[in-house]
Structures are given as C-alpha cells and as structure tokens.
Design a protein around this ligand. Structure first.
Ligand code: PXG
Length: 465
C-alpha cells in the first residue's frame, strides 16, 4: 500500500502533520492551530493544493524550481539512473559517470577558471565545505592563522552550524550556540533601510569599505575569505548600489582574500546570466551552488573552485565529504536540468524577454500607497513597504506585521509571495511567460489593495516615531 496520503481529506492530513511533522523556520504550535496548506501537485508555474486551489508560485518553490514544475524529462532521468546505478560513493578511489559528467558540465558553464567541483547535498553543506576548504587552503600555504571569514549581517548561507555561522541572521544566531569562532560580520548594502542621508552610490562605497576596515582591524594575515550573495535573497532581495561590487573586488584583490560568491539563489539564470557573479561583475575564487542546479527536483549542491584553490587543496588529503557527494541520481537530474536550461535558452528568455517585461511592471509598483521601493534583478525582486515614502519610514508596528498581512492576502488571492519583515519578495520560475506575468500582477495588485484596506482599518498605516 502506498504511504503517500494525498487522497485523504485535508483536515486529516493537517491533523497528522500537526501530530508528527516539525516544520523548518516555524512556530509549530501555532502552525498546528492554524492548519498547514497541503500541496498535492504542480505544473509549470502553478501549484495545486488539497482543496483544489490553483496557486501561482511566485517563489519557484523556495527560489529553486527554475525550469518550472512537471518536467517529465527529469523524472525519466531519475528513473533511468535509479535502475542503472542508484547509489555509489565518490570516496576511496572511485567515481561514476553522472558525477563526472556533471562536474565537467559545470566547469564549462562556470566563468573563468572555476573548473573543479566538490559536491554536497545542499547549499548549507556546500558552505560548510567552503569554510573547511578556505581554511585548509591557507594552512597548506603555510598561513594557518589566515582563517577568519568575513560575511555580512542579514546574509543567508544555510542552516547547519557552519553555514548559519557564516550567515548574518540575528534570529538564527540567538539559538544553538552559533556563530562558530573566527567568522566576522560587516554591514549589508541595504540602502533603503540603512542608507540615511547618503546617496545610494555613496552608501554602496561606504558599505564596501567596511570590508577594508575589517581587514585592517583583524589583520590581512588573519582574513581568509569574504563570502556574499551577489543579490541577498532570504535577507529580502537586497540589490547593492552599483558602486558596491567593484569596490569589494578591488579590496579582495588588494589584500589577497578569497572571494566566495554564494550563488545558491542567483545561480542558473535567476538574475539573467548563468551566475549572479556575472551580473554584478565579480570574479570569485569559489561559487556555492544548489537549488537551481537541479531546479529543486533532487537535493544537490556543491562548491565550484578555481584552478589555484583546487591545486593547493589537491596536494593534501582533504578530510571532508558527504555520503551523498555527487549522488548519481541527483547528478543525473541536475544534468538533465542543465540540458533543458541550455537547449531551451532559458537564461536568454530571462534576460531578453521576461526580466525586462517584469521590470516595467515591478518598477510601477512604487505607485502603490504601500510601496516605497521596488527593485528587481532578472527574476528576483523585492518591494519595501512603508507608511511614508519620502522619509523611507518604518511602520510603528512590530517589524514584519505589515509584511505578514500582505503575505496572507497573497495566499488568499492564490499567489505565493514571501515576506521578509516588511519587504515582499518574488522569484518565479524562470520559464514564466509574459501572459503568466500579467496574471501574477493582477494578483499582486489585488493583494496589495486588499492588504491596504486591512492596514487602514486596523490603524496601522503609521510611521515609527
Ligand atoms: N545560500 C543561500 C544564498 C541560500 O539562499 C542556502 C545557502 C542554503 O541552502 P540549503 O539547500 O541548505 O537550504 C540558501 C537557502 C527563505 C529561505 O526563507 C531561503 C533558503 C533556504 C530556506 C529558506 O527565503 N535559501
């Protein structure tokens, strides 16, 4: 008998879920009271829930279903690989064809001399790999004390002990004894919230120069690497001012600091290029990948490493690896996903068709009374909600109150959009069509209008003093 219970009534599924399933990033007690939404199937950009609602997935799952749902080719690739070789490891002098082919394909797609791949099962695992990789790199070069990694507040790099330490999420650091030692966080380039009276350009430079100040303070011989998302995703789709990244690159070059681009969200077309590093014009030594690598159809991640880092690391035994490093089924699914992205010109579709189409509509959202700033890079966008545009004011209510109200109205209008405090973010599947974008904006507009009514009724349209 199948153990998949899609056929059960929603209330029974919710009760079982509440009894036995602990959800990530959730207050499980209140979730149990409210009842979770049960997703049963999906096709293209639409999800279907157990009540038969058709929901437009403006988040591509969790920023990952780049090619959209329901592609049989990936299911077939998985089934073929499971029959031929469902599992073997890549430890102990062994390899297999899916891992070889995927590593070679990634070396071809990745810019510059990023030619070597260390596989992991997720973005968190890959960033844990990166911590050990860069520290081992400098130790092998005779500089074991060059082991501090600089990251940014409000960055998201994963949920394991290492990757959450790299991340700059205050709520995560408040639980479970992290960050681990020798991780240092500088401020993020979020002009809307933190730019004060500076112009975006001045602010971008100032925030980049915090990296230089941190290196000078900690010591050039102590700092191993700087890690950052080309566009911060989970932090609220923060797009740095144009002056930021060239300055970051200059500083990393000047002080011999390895640059790690966390491409877990930005990679594989999201920003209109294969990698976000290309969009913001940086040359990383290491890129973290996951999510869009398999369009979320199978769990797989990894670190793509440049020639020099690979050369140094390869001279020693790197005591690190996961049972599922290069998992053959996940690798076969990822390869099929990359074939589709390439052959169907999905990255061009983003850059030349849907990103410009969406940008026009997204930018126009600033006309809405609730919206202060609307920013978008490729197909990842954010709006900052505000009660007073001119002063870029925050709301008087607790952070996230207004964002949550908006998010709930999106749900009611069968649209998935996420809120990060009082920002709303969007990241639809890359294969979305202009007609589907039109439909999405009908739902966005209605959700913002409905939310505004509720916010006004509750007297919440008030700036913080
Ligand atoms: N780096 C980045 C930039 C990410 O966005 C990870 C690493 C970790 O990947 P894994 O595969 O271990 O989850 C991520 C993941 C959200 C949200 O609420 C975002 C992520 C994960 C969970 C929730 O936006 N990004």
């Amino acid at each position: 008998m199948s153990t998949i219970t899609n056929h059960m009534p929603t209330a029974e599924l919710q009760a079982l879920d509440a009894a036995h399933h602990l959800h990530p990033f959730s207050t499980n007690e209140s979730l149990a009271d409210e009842g979770v939404r049960v997703i049963t199937r999906a096709k293209g950009v639409y999800l279907t829930d157990s009540e038969g609602h058709e929901i437009l997935d403006g988040m591509a799952g969790l920023w990952c279903v780049n090619i959209g749902y329901g592609r049989d080719e990936l299911a077939d690739a998985a089934a073929r690989q499971m029959r031929e070789l469902p599992y073997y490891n890549t430890f102990f002098k062994t390899t297999h064809t899916p891992a070889i082919a995927l590593a070679a394909k990634l070396a071809e797609l990745a810019p510059g001399d990023l030619n070597h791949v260390f596989f992991a099962g997720s973005g968190s695992e890959a960033n844990d790999t990166n911590i050990r990789l860069v520290r081992t790199y400098w130790a092998e070069k005779g500089q074991p004390d060059k082991n501090i990694i600089i990251s940014r507040k409000n960055a998201y790099h994963g949920s394991s002990v290492g990757s959450a330490s790299l991340g700059g999420m205050a709520g995560m650091h408040a639980q479970g004894g992290i960050p681990i030692p020798n991780i240092h966080h500088i401020n993020q380039p979020n002009w809307w919230a933190e730019g004060g009276d500076m112009s975006p350009e001045e602010f971008g430079l100032a925030r980049a120069r915090e990296l230089e100040e941190a290196i000078q303070e900690l010591g050039e011989d102590r700092v191993a690497a700087f890690i950052a998302e080309p566009v911060q995703g989970a932090g609220g789709v923060i797009i740095a001012p144009d002056t930021y990244w060239p300055e970051i690159q200059r500083i990393c070059d000047k002080y011999d600091i390895l640059l790690i681009a966390d491409e877990v969200i930005c990679g594989f077309g999201r920003t209109g290029n294969w990698f976000g590093s290309q969009t913001v014009g940086i040359k990383p030594h290491i890129m973290t990948i996951a999510k869009g690598l398999s369009s979320g159809y199978a769990p797989i991640g990894g670190s793509i490493v440049c020639d020099e880092v690979a050369r140094v690391i390869s001279a020693t035994e790197f005591n690190h690896g996961y049972t599922y490093s290069g998992h053959p089924v996940a690798a076969a699914v990822a390869l099929e996903n990359l074939r589709i992205l390439e052959e169907e010109n999905v990255v061009d579709h983003v850059r030349n068709v849907v990103a410009p189409y969406m940008k026009k509509k997204w930018d126009a959202l600033v006309e809405h009374p609730l919206v202060g700033e609307a920013k978008i890079a490729g197909l990842m966008g954010s709006i900052a909600l505000t009660p007073e545009k001119a002063s870029r004011a925050k709301f008087a209510s607790d952070p996230g109150t207004i964002g949550y109200i908006c998010r709930e109205h999106c749900f009611k209008n069968n649209l998935i959009m996420r809120h990060v405090d009082d920002r709303l973010v969007i990241s639809p599947p890359l294969v979305i069509t202009p007609a589907e974008i039109d439909e999405m904006f009908v739902r966005i507009q209605k959700s913002l209008d409905d939310a505004l009514v509720e916010i006004n009724e509750k007297g919440l349209m008030k700036p913080a003093s």
